[in-house]
Design a binder for this molecule. Sequence first.
Ligand SMILES: [Zn+2]
Length: 299
Amino acid sequence: MKYLMPWALVCALAILTPAAWAGVRVFACEPEWAALATELGGERLTVTSATHAGQDVHYIQARPSLISQLRRADLMVCSGAGLEEGWLPVLLRRANNPAVQPGSPGHLLAATVVPMRGVPGDVDRAQGHLHADGNPHLQVDPHNIGRVARALTARLAELDPAHAAHYRERLAAFEARWAAAIDDWERRAERLQGLRVVTHHEDWLYLASWLGLEVVGKLEPLPGVPPTSAHLARLEAEVAERPVAAILRTGYQDGRAADWLSGRTGAPVLVLPHTVGGEVVDLFALFDTILARLEAVAP
Ligand SMILES: [Zn+2]
């Protein structure tokens, strides 16, 4: 009897506590889409992010753990426009999961639902740089977050039709909070109009367009090409003639070129968050933080 008791207990527990329901399994390539999915799906989703805020998403290893996450996913949401070109196609091939293959409802690329910026001409395209399909760093305009929110909700409702109303209600609640936040950011951004900046990579194009910042130049001569001394010297001459308010970079980018230009010109270096992570707890905090740091250098 003493050997049977544990089994009886296990059986009783199995009946009383059904296996944890995983819900719709969402594989996000970037933390901002994981955060957005969580806003829109709540407890009905199990969300994983393939990358974190400290990584350059252009360069990610197609690790076995990511392959197995994508194999189990019902829905994949990524920026697209070539941002994940170096690893997502490998993951999709190896995961061999029909639910998330291109063309299926479980395959969503943000770049397909927002107006693309920085689409290069034929000459730039021939140079084969990282942004040959247009600029993929589209998450730093909150209007794009809103566009992806609507597309993501439509996919969730399609994949989990029994709870379509739940997703639509959550979208409506998110959109109301998001619209109010955008009003606040845009009111604060009035004094940022025309603010001149240099950026490390071509990753603040959408932010600059949204806020009316003037990107005077990039530390990288071409997207993905490390700064060269000749290019930096030209940029220094330009900044010396017409000063900039700040040099923008993200936490994962090598700070040496930004520090060098800052030392030569006196322009401060601003390290801005580009996604959710660490002290940036959600999408609202992402734009609050970006705005606060820009306001600190505005005249
Ligand atoms: Zn890039």
